[in-house]
Design a binder for this molecule. Structure first.
Ligand code: FE
Ligand code: FE
Ligand code: ZN
Length: 295
């Protein structure tokens, strides 16, 4: 199983620190932001200890495709009302693609965008023109469009919307998809019958485009359109369904990333990864995480 979590990439060790954090969770995958997710200030990649990080990854059997980059969530390609927001998004995304290359990563996860008040069709078309502008020089990089919960005016909450983007972008071959379990549940998909959801994904998007899975439980009921992540087994999706997903034979080679919330300032990832691997749900997990107990 290829599984890891969101890890932080901060001074002084940057990417090397991120890989060390992943290793401390017994993970063989990781996801990073190239800087604070809520803003666009970025340090040069040359200062981020990329070479040392890749050496450490190699020593722990973490392959380059298992290092996922997430674009900051403030960039909104679908904004039709404020040209400056759209232009900033295109400019930032273009530079972010270059940073992904420098980090020697492959997948850049992107929230497609929110149409604000312009309507879904206009928003989707704006995303397509934004991607066309930004995707001129992709190299080996693939942008993984994330399935969204549909909160507010978010787009990408139906597989059909992602398909529409893929079909209309000039370089559709450089697009893939990141499936977020909390988001699809909140968007209304019946994740308890995951095999059916996966069949629908395959029919509309194609399983070969699935780059990574964000494994999160949800604080809200199916269709709530809220997007509030819960710890594994402590939400409305539940442990059994998430276990089924991460062990699904058709998803064996797909990278799984946890984005579950910290518990009293402690990252839960080492324990949640252990629990998902082992197949048994630990009811006292939250207590153990608070006390920093390794499973
Ligand atoms: Fe995301
Ligand atoms: Fe996500
Ligand atoms: Zn989310």
């Amino acid at each position: 199983m290829i599984i890891g979590s969101h890890v932080s990439m901060s001074a002084p060790d940057y990417l090397l620190g991120a890989v060390k954090e992943a290793v401390s969770y017994d993970a063989n995958a990781l996801m990073i932001y190239t800087g604070p997710p809520q803003n666009t200030r970025r340090k040069p990649i040359s200062e981020m200890k990329v070479k040392e990080a890749h050496e450490l990854m190699q020593r722990h059997g973490i392959c380059k495709q298992s290092m996922i980059v997430h674009a900051p969530y403030i960039i909104n390609l679908a904004n039709c009302l404020k040209p400056e927001t759209y232009e900033l998004a295109v400019e930032f995304l273009t530079k972010e693609i270059e940073r992904v290359k420098e980090l020697e990563a492959t997948y850049l996860v992107l929230h497609p965008g929110s149409h604000v008040k312009a309507g879904e069709e206009a928003g989707l078309d704006k995303i397509i023109s934004g991607l066309d502008e930004a995707m001129q020089n992709m190299g080996n990089v693939s942008i993984a469009l994330e399935t969204m919960s549909g909160k507010g005016s978010e787009l990408g909450y139906r597989f059909e919307q992602l398909r529409y983007i893929i079909d209309h972008v000039e370089h559709g071959e450089a697009l893939s998809v990141c499936l977020d379990t909390c988001h699809i549940h909140d968007a209304g998909y019946d994740i308890a019958h995951f095999d059916e959801v996966l069949r629908e994904f395959d029919r509309i998007i194609g399983l070969e485009r699935l780059a990574c899975i964000h494994v999160n439980d949800s604080k809200n009921i199916q269709g709530a359109k809220k997007d509030r992540h819960a710890n594994i087994g402590f939400g409305e999706i539940g442990y059994q369904t998430l276990y089924h997903i991460v062990h699904h034979p058709r998803l064996e080679n797909v990278v799984k990333i946890l984005e579950t919330p910290y518990i009293e300032e402690h990252p839960p990832y080492q324990q949640e990864i252990a629990m998902l691997k082992s197949g048994s749900f630990d009811e006292q997990l939250q207590e153990k995480i608070k006390q920093g107990v390794r499973l």
